[in-house]
Structure formats: structure tokens, C-alpha cells
Design a protein around this ligand. Structure first.
Ligand code: C5P
Length: 225
């Protein structure tokens, strides 16, 4: 019998605006992995739920909603990138039953990267601790709140959205609080994580540091094999 080739799994967890998406995109390209942004799944679910709470839906409605999340067009909605969507996602993400229901979907997506991709890099808050605790490569990416707020503010300005640094910082601190203090799957560093503080790092330095540490753990870039 042929041994089953398991996909390569890398997890990245960390607080809002710490650079997870940028790092995941870069590493995904280097190691030929699909990038799954679990925050986007929470944002899409918040958007689809609108005014409803998860608990007020029937089991059938919950199932239909989860199935819709597999449609690429649902995750492509540009409105999911707005801060209002993030704040809504952060509120619904407190619901233990909703988080539990999302687990099979997230795992299924992680374990089925579209060929020829060799695996998955998934970022979020609880990926290394709850969603894929078996992943051999885990990164915890952090940065101080002011550095994160400055980056986020720059991004918003580029997009033409007006916000003040004070309001962006307050929003980030509120989401940090929600994510760290919730009882189910709070944001914490998984055991054996590679820890990177991106406060003072350029994108290139952050990516390089991650690559070096992944290599120390035995993960080689495809062309080095
Ligand atoms: O990562 P992003 O900032 O897009 O996530 C939006 C919100 O979704 C987060 O503030 C967090 O509350 C929630 N989330 C979560 N668990 C994840 C990913 C996101 O609770 N794995």
C-alpha cells in the first residue's frame, strides 16, 4: 500500500494587525501552500448572520450557512475587509457553539489544498491551539499595539478611509480584549510555537526570520529538496 502523503500544515496565530496575512501570503508562495485566512471565515459568517444570532437559527439553517462559506464568492466580498466587519466578527466569535460548528469546515479546507499545492498555511487566533493542534509548524506573530495601529491606519489611509490613530488603536485594543479574554479558544501561544515580534521588523525581515526558524524545524523550501 502507498503511504498517504499528508499536506504540510503551518499555523500562524496572533493579535489583529500583527502581520499574519502578509506573512501567510509570503510563506504560502515560497512553500507552495494554499493560504486560508480564518478571520475572513468569521467575517463572512458575521456578514451572513446579519442581525441573527447563531443560536437563533435551526440546525438546518446553520448547515446551509456553513455550506455557503465554501463558495469562493462569499469570501471575496470586499465589504468583509471593512473594520465594521472585523468588529462584528470579533463579537460573534465569542459564541462557543458557533466556533465548534466551524471546526470541521476549517479542518476540511486545511486538509484539502487544491493540487498542485503541497499543503496549507492557515492564520487566525486559535489555529495552532484548537483547529490544527497537530500541525508540525506553528508561528505566533505579535507586535505592540501602537505599531499595529500605525500599520492599520496607513492601510486605511491608502484605501481612502478616514480614521484617527486613536480610534484605530481603541478598536485594536477592544479586539485584543475580546480575543484574549473569551472562554472558548482564546488567543494564546501554542506550545512549541516559533515566536516572532514584528514591531520593529520590515516585511522582508519578518519573512526571513520565519523561513530561518521553519528551516531549523526541518521545513525546506521546495527548490532546496
Ligand atoms: O483575523 P481577522 O482580524 O480578520 O479576524 C476578525 C475577527 O474574527 C477577530 O478579531 C477574531 O475575534 C475573530 N477570529 C477568531 N478566531 C480566528 C480568526 C478570527 O476568533 N481563528
Amino acid at each position: 500500500m502507498n503511504p498517504v502523503a499528508l499536506p504540510i500544515l503551518i499555523t500562524i496565530d496572533g493579535p489583529a494587525a500583527s502581520g499574519k496575512g502578509t506573512l501567510a501570503r509570503n510563506l504560502g508562495a515560497m512553500y507552495q501552500l494554499q493560504w486560508l485566512d480564518s478571520g475572513l471565515i468569521y467575517r463572512a459568517l458575521a456578514f451572513e448572520l446579519a442581525e441573527h444570532s447563531w443560536g437563533s437559527l435551526t440546525a438546518h439553517e446553520q448547515y446551509a450557512l456553513l455550506s455557503r462559506l465554501k463558495e469562493p464568492s462569499v469570501l471575496d466580498n470586499p465589504r468583509l475587509r471593512l473594520d465594521a466587519a472585523a468588529a462584528h466578527a470579533s463579537r460573534i466569535a465569542q459564541d462557543a457553539s458557533l466556533r465548534q460548528s466551524l471546526l470541521p469546515l476549517q479542518r476540511e479546507m486545511a486538509y484539502h489544498p487544491p493540487p498542485p499545492l503541497r499543503g496549507t498555511i492557515m492564520d487566525g487566533r486559535d489555529i495552532g491551539t484548537v483547529v490544527l493542534p497537530e500541525a508540525p509548524y506553528k508561528i505566533y506573530l505579535t507586535a505592540d499595539p501602537t505599531a499595529r495601529a500605525k500599520r492599520r491606519n496607513k492601510e486605511l489611509q491608502k484605501r481612502g478611509t478616514s480614521a484617527t490613530l486613536t480610534s484605530v488603536l481603541a478598536d485594536i485594543e477592544q479586539r485584543d480584549h475580546n480575543d484574549r479574554e473569551r472562554t472558548t479558544a482564546p488567543l494564546t501561544k501554542a506550545e512549541n510555537s516559533i515566536v516572532i515580534d514584528s514591531s520593529q521588523l520590515s516585511i522582508q525581515q519578518m519573512t526571513q526570520q520565519a523561513c530561518q526558524k521553519l528551516q531549523q524545524k526541518g521545513l525546506l523550501k521546495p527548490r532546496q529538496r
